[in-house]
Design a protein around this ligand. Structure first.
Ligand code: TGC
Ligand code: FAD
Length: 383
């Protein structure tokens, strides 16, 4: 497998990251994740310090206890985490690429010093509240408001589908002010701030997803992130998290592909392994092609990032192409496993269901199509 040998292009340091994260995921997560998925739980307080020790939280950031690795090393880590489960990569993305990145990029020195070292260590957890119950793809039209009251800010509104929401020690909440959209740090336990979990999900079950309610939440004047005003603040963080998904999707697809190849080699029908039938080989060959291409796209965008920055449009390209490819691989792999493909005894349907969320969050497939459409025509078709 991996006919193109894309990983031969990694540096020694990047390969070390790959092997370390792969070993951690294989030992600490893979044997237990089907059970978490079935029960709809994620042992976040147990895993976060371990992920912190490995330097995976805010891995691409510098200072404040963060590892400061290159973009490709971070991407490779996301790939290996998501090969175990998209929920695991989601946790790391939200902690590092969203909550910590917002504080690192836009926070005051006091805010950085207070939160980042503990978040990098996995001792404090963060979440990122942008989406609202009635405003998902169009956050510019958000309803959550923050108004000045003396030297304080008072927040009212609701955020929906927030990963880590109920367990987070600090929520990065984006709200409309008289001065445009601003980010606020709202610590857990602030009066008027509550979080309740979303239940009955059939996707990302090994991940905590919550609704945040802000009812007259009073925070001090220095709770605002001073370094940014406007939607470019949260969107800048999204570009970081979307980049992690470009790689993560390759990991989820690879796990499905490997399960399909293993199964095809050993499962016999009509007196032969099903992998000996041309129709099965065609499925596996297309999976190989799709994942080889996705791996190259991830590596290319990662190197662009390291050479001075990938554009949001390039990251949209990668998120759109690679999640679509991984979902197609997962669906095809499921058919190879026949009836066994629908059970949690194999990883395929878990990944397949997870990828439905990955297709939707961090900008839906349609949002990234429209982003590329705008890039090639110069015409905005969002509104
Ligand atoms: P638009 O007028 O295009 O842009 C407003 C300002 O933002 C800048 N900008 C970006 N900056 C950085 N990165 C990007 N990707 C950016 N896209 C735009 C832009 O230059 C402008 O700056 P300025 O200085 O001129 O003010 O904004 P719009 O209202 O037309 O919206 C564009 C659109 C639709 C693409 C945007 O709203 C969008 O991306 N919508 C999708 C929302 C989304 O992705 N939500 C995700 C929530 S978080 C999440 O899902 C976490 S899942 C958990 C996990 O990651 O595992
Ligand atoms: P909508 O925006 O209502 O879209 C519904 C459909 O309409 C989609 O197919 C969409 O593509 C389509 N559509 C919308 N506008 C257009 C258009 N102009 N043209 C064509 N089609 C259009 N958000 C956070 O802020 N933080 C988180 O931590 C977070 N974690 C999440 C975890 C999970 C498991 C999930 C499922 C979601 C999470 N989200 C989070 C929310 C996620 O970002 C949103 O679900 C996503 O942005 C889409 O918003 P929506 O669900 O409201 O769909």
């Amino acid at each position: 497998m991996d006919v193109l040998r894309v990983d031969d292009r990694l540096t020694d340091e990047e390969r070390l990251v790959r092997d370390t994260v792969r070993a951690f995921a294989a030992e600490a997560v893979a044997p237990r994740v089907a059970e978490w998925f079935e029960q709809g739980t994620f042992p976040v307080r147990e895993l976060a310090p371990e992920l912190g020790k490995l330097g995976l939280l805010g891995m691409h950031l510098t200072g404040y206890g963060c590892a400061g690795t290159g973009a490709v090393a971070y991407g490779v880590a996301c790939r290996e985490l998501e090969a175990a489960d998209s929920g695991l990569r989601s946790f790391v993305s939200v902690q590092g690429s969203l909550a910590m990145t917002a504080i690192h990029r836009y926070g005051s020195e006091e805010q950085k010093g207070e939160w980042l070292p503990r978040m990098a260590a996995g001792e404090a957890l963060g979440c990122f509240g942008l989406t609202e119950p009635d405003r998902g793809s169009d956050p510019a039209d958000m309803r959550t408001r923050a108004r000045r009251d003396g030297s304080d800010w008072v927040l009212d509104g609701a955020k929906m589908w927030i990963t880590n929401g109920s367990v987070a020690d600090v929520a990065v909440v984006w709200a409309r002010t008289d001065d445009g959209i601003r980010g606020f740090l709202v610590p857990k336990g602030t009066p008027g701030f509550t979080a309740g979990d979303v239940h009955r999900k059939m996707s990302l079950r090994a991940s905590i997803t919550s609704e945040l309610v802000l009812d007259g939440v009073r925070v001090p004047g220095d709770a605002v992130l001073p370094g940014v005003k406007g939607l470019k603040g949260p969107l800048g963080c999204l570009t970081e998290a979307r980049y992690g998904i470009v790689w993560g999707a390759v990991g989820a697809g690879r796990a499905c592909y490997e399960a399909a190849v293993d199964y095809a080699r050993t499962r016999e029908q009509f007196g032969r392994p099903i992998g000996a039938f041309q129709l099965t080989q065609e499925k596996l060959a297309w999976m190989e092609v799709a994942l080889g291409q996705a791996g190259l796209v991830a590596l290319h965008i990662g190197r662009l990032k390291e050479e001075g920055g990938a554009t949001p449009q390039q990251v949209s390209f990668g998120k759109l192409a690679n999640v679509r490819a991984a979902l197609d691989v997962a669906r095809e792999a499921r058919t190879v496993l026949g009836a066994n493909g629908i059970t949690l005894e194999y990883p395929v349907i878990r990944h397949m269901n997870n990828l439905e969320s990955v297709l939707t969050y961090e900008g839906t497939q349609e949002i990234h199509l429209l982003t590329l459409g705008k890039a090639v025509t110069g015409l905005d078709a969002f509104r």
